[in-house]
Design a protein around this ligand. Structure first.
Ligand code: DO4
Ligand code: MG
Length: 285
């Protein structure tokens, strides 16, 4: 089952089940569940959503405005979990190449805070290139949706926008390379954990279009990840609590060649098996 948030014509945000090209509203009027996050907190979110779904009021998906499927969760990210990310980082950072090499094979992963909900863009919403960056790329990442107990309730698509020039100057600039307004894409929906294909079969694809032409295409698969999801969740939960739950982006296995930088007007499309496609336009202002 896929759950999404969408904006009603009166501006309010509602929750629905994505069913092919239809959106079936969830009736939250009884008050037990106030948000998508409340449903994801349940031991069995599928059963809860199934009980709430209103099959008689289907909305044509083309007419619905989806928003990012986040409420008050923090967004965290793992880094250098694929060989491709390790080699790209070592290329971009002369001074700190060995940091990336060592973290790829160390038991402790790289984990960093990525965004609070207000820095997240949903489907169709712009993602930004910082005005002080000339070399920013999107990072397509399968993203874990975790309850406050850090149980894995679902998956979504994440885009961990990264200013490679800023990170490459000095690894201590990582928070500035990674965290700024509209630095993080999430959506278009959350696929509940039990409804995903077998994890080692999941493909991740990215296509970047400029004035209608594909200027970058790449793909990888979850099987290429150097760390299991459970390992990343275990490290995230060490010494840390998440009263509102968390999203955990699991790292990129697709990095465009060093001569590629995003430009305003680009359209970034990321597709992940079992979830769908997240498309965002790029701005720089
Ligand atoms: O070490 C920098 C960040 C790495 C990252 O975001 C990734 O591998 O996806
Ligand atoms: Mg990343």
């Amino acid at each position: 089952m896929k759950l999404a948030k969408y904006r009603l014509p009166n501006g309010e945000v509602a929750v629905g089940q994505l069913d092919e090209d239809r959106l079936l509203p969830l009736d939250l009027s009884a008050g037990q569940f106030k948000s998508l996050a409340d449903i994801l907190e349940e031991e069995n979110p599928l059963e809860a959503a199934d009980f709430l779904v209103d099959r008689r009021s289907a909305i044509d998906l083309d007419t619905a405005t989806l928003v990012a499927p986040i409420d008050r969760q923090e967004v965290w990210a793992a880094g250098v979990t694929y060989r491709r990310s390790q080699s790209a980082r070592m290329e971009e950072s002369e001074s700190a190449a060995s940091c990336y090499d060592r973290v790829y094979s160390s038991p402790r992963p790289e984990l960093f805070f990525k965004a609070a909900a207000h820095r997240v863009s949903g489907p169709g919403q712009p993602l930004r290139v910082r005005t002080d960056s000339k070399w920013t790329v999107p990072e397509p990442e399968i993203t874990l949706v975790l309850s406050s107990h850090l149980t894995l309730s679902g998956f979504t698509i994440g885009n961990d926008m990264s200013a490679r020039d800023i990170e490459g100057q000095n690894p201590l600039y990582l928070p500035q390379a990674k965290i700024y307004d509209a630095c993080c894409g999430l959506g278009p929906c959350i696929t509940l954990a039990g409804k995903m294909p077998p994890h080692d079969t999941i493909e991740i694809r990215m296509i970047i279009r400029r004035a209608g032409d594909a200027v970058f295409e790449g793909k990888t698969s979850v099987a290429q990840m150097a760390r299991p999801f459970g390992d990343l969740i275990g490290w995230l939960g060490r010494e840390n609590s998440f009263p509102n739950g968390a999203f955990l982006m699991t790292g990129t296995g697709i990095v465009p060649d060093a001569d590629f930088a995003l430009e305003p007007g680009d359209l970034v499309g990321i597709s992940i098996d079992g979830i769908g496609t997240l498309v965002n336009p790029v701005i720089k202002d």
